[in-house]
Design a protein around this ligand. Structure first.
Ligand code: GCO
Ligand code: MN
Ligand code: MN
Length: 386
């Protein structure tokens, strides 16, 4: 029996804004006291086994802080990192909270706002790099609209691309060496957000000046909000060599953006995801972008952090059991028939002629068994511990 205790090798990370979330929602005031960045790092230290902490520039340094205040916060934060052994993993920038970004940042209709967004991002990149971040996440929460009368969506994509090209060049120029991860979301806080899915982001990345430095940061809740299969979205990112980061949480389909604890709503989807990540040896950070229930106190927030990591490790162990299970292996052997003498291979005139002339018995093929009910039931029983 493994104890499912996380270690640094698991590369679990949390954001200052996640475990530090005071329980505010659109209808109600905070239910927990606001913690300082250093206090949040101490809380993560208490949870145990957390490798890294992530932040938006203004999670660490308030937007109006003077240099003296900023230095004092950084000093305390560094001291907390030292005493817990936690390091900074990913950095990002808040381009959604301030009123200046009410109509977008990189895609705003106002060129001054676009310039300010890039200026703010460069400062944020310097800050996170100074503290050790090596991944830069770009979530365009305000890049969108409520009405398409407001903005030409083609023009918006060009503005978006100009900003990202500029920032990637800045990172190269400064020697920051970030890998960039674009995080899609279909809506919230905008009515419609540009680049709403992993597929949109991958197509966009192919048009950049340095596509090799830009990948994606998929988030469970963001695909589930749109009714999409998250495991398939992550699979496409892996297949394209673009899974640079991942945001783990959970979400009921068809609801508002819930940011629940990983694995808490749909353990079977979570299992499929963990099995995919482990089978394909994903080695980046596993970031829990979720909030404890508004009803939780500090002790329960620590349980929320521990539970997120435990669920991942339990599902990883279930994936190992699934792969080693004799019945599963036998069923996979029945399902995967890879021994045809008509393997496609690469195209040649000869192989095409041979395939056209082959006699292929479609009735016999259609009669071959596909025991997916049995396979899925066995999967459920492994998950349920039977
Ligand atoms: C959300 C997003 C954010 C981003 C974060 C990192 O739904 O609010 O998931 O939490 O991940 O801003 O850039
Ligand atoms: Mn989210
Ligand atoms: Mn996220």
């Amino acid at each position: 029996m493994t104890a499912f205790n996380p270690s640094f090798a698991d590369k679990f990370t949390f954001g200052l804004w996640t475990v530090g979330n005071p329980g505010r929602d659109p209808f109600g005031q905070p239910t927990r006291p606001l913690l300082s960045p250093a206090e949040i790092v101490d809380l993560l230290g208490e949870a145990g086994g957390v490798l890294g902490v992530n932040f938006h520039d203004n999670d660490l340094i308030p937007i109006d802080a003077n240099p003296h205040e900023a230095n004092a916060i950084k000093r305390e934060f560094r001291a907390a990192l030292e005493r817990t052994g936690i390091r900074v993993g990913m950095g990002t920038v808040n381009l959604f909270g301030d009123p200046v970004f009410k109509d977008g940042a990189y895609t705003s209709n106002d060129a001054d706002v676009r310039a300010y967004a890039v200026h703010k991002t460069m400062h944020a990149m310097d800050l996170a790099a100074e503290l050790g971040a090596d991944i830069w996440v770009m979530w365009g929460g305000r890049e969108g609209c409520e009405t398409d009368a407001a903005k030409d969506p083609v023009e918006a994509l060009s503005r978006y691309r100009d900003a990202i090209n500029y920032l990637v060049n800045y990172s190269i120029d400064k020697g920051h060496n970030y890998k960039f991860a674009m995080e899609p979301k279909p809506n919230e806080p905008r009515g419609h957000i540009y680049l709403p899915t992993i597929g949109h982001c991958l197509a966009f990345i192919a048009t950049l000046e340095h596509p090799e430095l830009v990948g994606v940061n998929p988030e469970v809740a963001h695909e589930h909000m749109a009714g999409l299969n998250f495991t398939h979205a992550v699979a496409m990112a892996l297949w394209a060599g673009k899974l640079f980061h991942i945001d783990l949480n959970d979400q009921e389909f068809g609801r508002y953006d819930q940011d629940f604890r990983f694995g808490s709503v749909n353990p079977k989807h979570a299992f499929n995801l963990v099995r995919l990540l482990e089978d394909h040896s994903y080695s980046g950070y596993k970031h829990f972008d979720s909030h404890a229930y508004r009803t939780s106190d500090r002790d329960d927030v620590v349980e929320f952090a521990r539970g997120s990591m435990r669920s991942y490790l339990i599902l990883k162990d279930k994936a190992r059991q699934w792969n080693a299970d004799p019945m599963i292996q036998e069923l996979l052997g029945v399902i995967n028939r890879d021994n045809s003498s008509h393997q496609l291979g690469s195209y040649s005139t000869e192989s095409a002629t041979a395939l056209k002339e082959a006699s292929l018995d479609r009735t016999e093929f259609a009669s071959r068994p596909l025991p997916y009910e049995k396979l899925d039931q066995r999967t459920n029983e492994i998950l349920l511990g039977v």
